[in-house]
Design a protein around this ligand. Structure first.
Ligand SMILES: Nc1ncnc2c1ncn2[C@@H]1O[C@H](COP(=O)(O)OP(=O)(O)O)[C@@H](O)[C@H]1O
Ligand SMILES: [Mg+2]
Length: 353
């Protein structure tokens, strides 16, 4: 039996999505091999004993309350969870699956906490998580490897919060405005008219102190899964091509379109020939290595008429029943429970190596 803590919720804007991802993961972990300890983190950052069904019929579930917990940060008591009030040990685990998206979950902070005690965990380490979370740094790092990225302008709160006339001319309409450290399209706007730009910038700044304004990429929106096996081999999945993002109410792959509308479907595998698919897979693996990723990542591209352009790297992609990461692996011959098993065994092998 592998004892595994599945951590979900958290302080980020993607709290509910994390609960849905974790619910799906707990439902798919092979019961005969895994003993699961569910741990929730409330929106204000309290760790509590969780449940096996964090969704429980809610469209947008929340971690509300429960027995408050602490996790060990000391190697001597690695993997121990204790009751925050009494100190009583509630569980001891071998590995942690932090199913957390966004701030304090996918950005290296919680990964640093796990590093302190040496507890194995699923997902990339501190540097890759921090870099993948930040779209400014992701673009810089992958561009240094020759991977094309969208032209854009970085704005910083208190320093620079608007575009010059030359920059507007250069980027052209529409532009996409997004928080640098965001996810699930929260705070992202498509701007079709310069008069809408200040409101879009303000919305993005409500989520972050750095904002990217990017020229629109035109082409297929495509996602590729990358997975590390226990022996260190890195594999790329078939690609998923998203359909119907343009004619959704938001006009792009926004939050509502992603999670609340039935609008978007995906073609998996994406209908490209072997050469085009191979190029996407090689670029995905190059980006994975460039960011110093381990374990897993989902690498998102636009396939433009000038070739693939990398949009972003997600180091803890969604695992909801409609999420792309489990689906692209399913289509590559790795069923959801097997995928989870690879992720956990790779986490355990990493510390043993
Ligand atoms: N430069 C761009 N050109 C065209 N569409 C974009 C661009 N940037 C973002 N988008 C659209 O906005 C969505 C969310 O932006 P993204 O950068 O992926 O942020 P998030 O981390 O929130 O998913 C994308 O899936 C895409 O539909
Ligand atoms: Mg995205």
């Amino acid at each position: 039996m592998i004892r595994i803590a599945v951590i979900y919720g958290g302080q980020s804007t993607e709290h509910s999505i994390s609960c849905i991802s974790a619910g799906a993961i707990m439902a798919h972990l092979p019961a005969e091999e895994y003993e699961v300890y569910p741990v929730g983190i409330t929106r204000d950052g309290t760790w509590v004993e969780g449940t096996f069904d964090p969704v429980a019929g809610e469209a947008l579930p929340e971690v509300s309350s429960g027995r408050a917990l602490r996790v060990s940060t000391s190697p001597a008591t690695r993997g121990q969870f204790t009751d925050a009030a009494t100190g009583e040990v509630t569980a001891t685990v071998d590995v942690i699956f932090p199913v957390l998206h966004g701030k304090y979950g996918e950005d290296g902070t919680i990964q640093g906490l796990f590093e302190l005690s040496g507890i194995p965990y699923v997902g990339p380490g501190v540097l890759a998580s921090a870099c993948g979370m930040d779209k400014e740094f992701t673009k810089k790092v992958v561009a240094a490897e020759g991977i094309p990225v969208a032209d854009g302008i970085l704005l910083r709160s208190g320093e620079r919060t608007d575009l010059t006339a030359e920059e507007r001319d250069r980027l052209g309409l529409p532009v996409f405005v997004k928080p640098c450290n965001g996810g699930s399209s929260i705070g992202v706007s498509k701007v079709d008219d310069w008069a809408e730009l200040p409101a879009a910038i303000e919305l993005a700044f409500a989520n972050d102190t750095k904002v990217l304004v990017e020229g629109a990429l035109v082409g297929d929106e495509v996602e590729v899964g990358v997975l590390e096996y226990p022996d260190g081999r890195i594999a790329a999945s078939v690609a998923a091509k998203l359909n119907g993002t343009d004619d959704s109410a938001e006009g792009f792959y926004g939050f509502e379109t992603k999670y609340l509308e039935d609008h978007v479907t995906a073609t998996i595998p994406a209908p490209y020939d072997a050469a085009a698919t191979g190029l996407l897979q090689r670029m995905a693996v190059t980006a994975f290595r460039a960011l110093n990723c381990k374990s897993l990542a989902r690498v998102d591209f636009f396939v433009t008429d000038r070739g693939p352009v990398l949009n972003e790297v997600n180091t803890m992609p969604g695992f909801t029943p409609i999420s792309m990461y489990p689906q692209v692996w399913q289509a590559s011959g790795l069923a959801y429970p097997e995928l989870l098993d690879v992720l956990v065994r790779t986490a355990l092998a990493r510390t043993a190596r």
